[in-house]
Write a protein that binds this ligand. Sequence first.
Ligand SMILES: NC(=O)c1ccc[n+]([C@@H]2O[C@H](COP(=O)([O-])OP(=O)(O)OC[C@H]3O[C@@H](n4cnc5c(N)ncnc54)[C@H](OP(=O)(O)O)[C@@H]3O)[C@@H](O)[C@H]2O)c1
Length: 273
Amino acid sequence: MRGSFADLVAVPSSQLATKPPSLTHAEAAALVLPGLTVVQALRQHGFGPGTRVLVLGASGGVGHLAVQVASARGAQLVVGVCSGRNVEFVKSMGADDVLDYEALEPPDDDEAGVAPDPLVEALREVLRKHGGRPFDLVLDTVSSHDARDRAHAYKSRIRSNPALLDDSPNAADKHNYVTIGGRTGGWITAGVKRVTGVNLFKRGKELFWINFNQCAPDLRTLRALAEGEGSNGGVRAVKPAIERTVPLTDEGVREAFRALHGRRVRGKLAIEL
Ligand SMILES: NC(=O)c1ccc[n+]([C@@H]2O[C@H](COP(=O)([O-])OP(=O)(O)OC[C@H]3O[C@@H](n4cnc5c(N)ncnc54)[C@H](OP(=O)(O)O)[C@@H]3O)[C@@H](O)[C@H]2O)c1
């Protein structure tokens, strides 16, 4: 909230862990925010070996790590949604299947809303291919308060179809459509959960909010993942992809924010000292 970029910072020791030797300093820095987001969100939403996960925005900063962490920790199925140019990238992160949202937009001329939604149909087909069971968890890194993101209406498109997301009383988590962006009311409810532990979100959805307080154990979990520990048969060690590195100058930071506001960065941007 008060600025994030500096040559030197003072940090509580409860928020420190040593850097994994397998990562450069820029990679280790790039891992922290999206990595903590993923580790905490998965833990809070019933993830375990055998979980079936859908990641929307699977090529972005949080999404590409969600795919890697879920796959490394034994997800039964990881499906990513991204643009066509990033399909191979997301597969290389460990996704079992990847869908191109640009090729699966709902038709423009369907004013009555009766035509089948191509994305929903494609997701159903993927699930049929992988045994038919719905996803246990959706991590939506796209939806936010921004009208450009809201225009995709992922939440209503996916939650309106019971074949896609497990909403039975036996579901491992009753708040299993998780967004990481949202409107003011959602942040207040997320803040209540963070401070008191009381979850006031309606069944079937939740806005997740990262918690840096006492996060050292989660940082150690990320270090272990980056060193390939706990991997699913040693498939891959978790490693953030850095699309571009900029210097810690006014112009470098402006360039990074311009790119982030475009919402098309693949993986992460890093600011290097
Ligand atoms: N709540 C929390 O605690 C928390 C924690 C971390 C981050 N956040 C917030 O979460 C948001 C996402 O963070 P991020 O770092 O992952 O963002 P990001 O890296 O900027 O996301 C960009 C990615 O979004 C993808 N994308 C854009 N439109 C899409 C669409 N319609 N369908 C699927 N993918 C789409 C792009 O993929 P293509 O180029 O392939 O289209 C791009 O790879 C940010 O607003 C961030 O501030 C919240």
